[in-house]
Design a protein around this ligand. Structure first.
Ligand SMILES: NC(=O)C1=CN([C@@H]2O[C@H](COP(=O)(O)OP(=O)(O)OC[C@H]3O[C@@H](n4cnc5c(N)ncnc54)[C@H](OP(=O)(O)O)[C@@H]3O)[C@@H](O)[C@H]2O)[C@@H](O)CC1
Ligand SMILES: Nc1ncnc2c1ncn2[C@@H]1O[C@H](COP(=O)(O)OP(=O)(O)O)[C@@H](O)[C@H]1O
Length: 283
């Protein structure tokens, strides 16, 4: 597999947007009650923030987190990230990363529907994939979109989308990724050791980078953010997916070489390492 192409335009030109159930800080207790959706707001508001930080550190110039529940005013760890409410946020033609920490409330479904109807390039991950797996209508809308989409399932999410078990997916990962890419008309990143990237035309590659340190909560959210970041900087979907997966794995290798893993490697460390990997490639 070739190394990823260098970033175009030196970064800084793109924007990104990450949907979350809330914008940080504990949600009001009332929002945890019945009616909030199958999962409801779920204490996973860190997921979009992690993706948003990954996008910032890999060159996306302006990054928003659009929260499904009322957003916190600021991310104090990364105040460069702009917080918005998803319901009234118009991202224009900004690249959207949708799904991490999003939950499955009615509001989440509405926001996903709007994103699929829109013309923005999409990265679809996590909860958004599960909502799509549950809805033939949303699957059809995704397949019929003209704009770019990268979908980033782990094996269970891929299995749900295909209507099979994760054992079937893992039994032939290349076939599963190809079938999903063809059905959804999207670039598919089937995650796991030896992540498979496939497109609707039947092309398929296996990523060689990464290590067991990546098996840590939230590293998939970081990958989604990096895919969105490269898309926002003008990379085509196929190159963005291959490049982001390669850099994500190389970042983990760099951290392990420096002694920061594999034991105890955290997803939050990946963006800084990914920045170093990308800058080394660009030099
Ligand atoms: N700190 C935060 O804010 C974090 C927020 N996050 C957000 O949480 C949301 C849900 O994420 P999720 O799919 O990981 O759901 P989760 O409830 O863990 O598992 C559900 C089922 O999936 C399975 N499963 C999981 N991974 C698998 C794999 N690679 N291959 C195969 N199976 C796998 C798992 O199986 P098990 O591991 O129990 O065997 C279980 O049965 C999503 O919005 C995400 O962005 C997370 O990123 C974590 C940190
Ligand atoms: N042993 C491994 N070797 C290489 N990459 C791995 C390994 N285990 C997990 N990963 C990577 O870590 C990420 C995990 O993402 P995901 O399953 O979505 O978890 P989470 O929901 O916790 O973020 C994926 O990019 C996956 O390819």
């Amino acid at each position: 597999m070739p190394p990823p192409p260098p970033p175009r335009g030196g970064g800084g030109g793109g924007g990104g947007c990450f949907y979350s159930p809330r914008g940080g800080g504990p949600p009001p207790a009332a929002r945890w009650g019945p009616g909030a959706g199958r999962g409801g707001p779920n204490g996973r508001g860190g997921a979009p923030l992690r993706g948003a930080r990954a996008a910032l550190f890999t060159g996306a110039g302006r990054v928003f987190v659009a929260a499904i529940e009322p957003a916190g005013a600021v991310d104090f760890v990364q105040p460069e990230i702009m917080m918005r409410d998803a319901q009234d946020f118009d991202g224009g033609d900004a690249t959207l990363v949708i799904g991490p920490g999003m939950g499955d409330s009615v509001s989440a479904m509405r926001v996903l529907f709007k994103a699929l109807e829109g013309k923005a390039a999409l990265v679809i991950d996590a909860d958004a994939l599960n909502l799509i797996a549950d809805s033939p209508d949303l699957q059809g809308r995704l397949a019929q979109r003209e704009a770019t989409a990268i979908v980033t399932p782990h094996p269970l999410e891929a299995a749900r989308l295909l209507g099979v078990t994760s054992a079937v997916v893992q039994g032939d990962r290349l076939a599963a990724a190809r079938e999903l890419a063809s059905r959804l008309n999207a670039v598919v990143v089937l995650k796991g050791s030896g992540t498979v990237i496939a497109n609707a035309g039947g092309a398929v590659v296996i990523n060689p980078t990464g290590n067991a340190g990546l098996a840590t909560a939230g590293s998939g959210d970081v990958l989604a953010g990096m895919c969105g970041s490269l898309l926002a900087q003008g990379w085509q979907a196929w190159e963005a997916a291959i490049g982001a997966v390669w850099v994500h794995g190389a970042a983990a290798e760099r951290l392990v070489a420096q002694g920061s893993g594999p034991i105890g490697l955290t997803a939050g460390e990946l963006p800084v390492a990914a920045r170093a990997v990308l800058n080394a490639l660009a030099r």
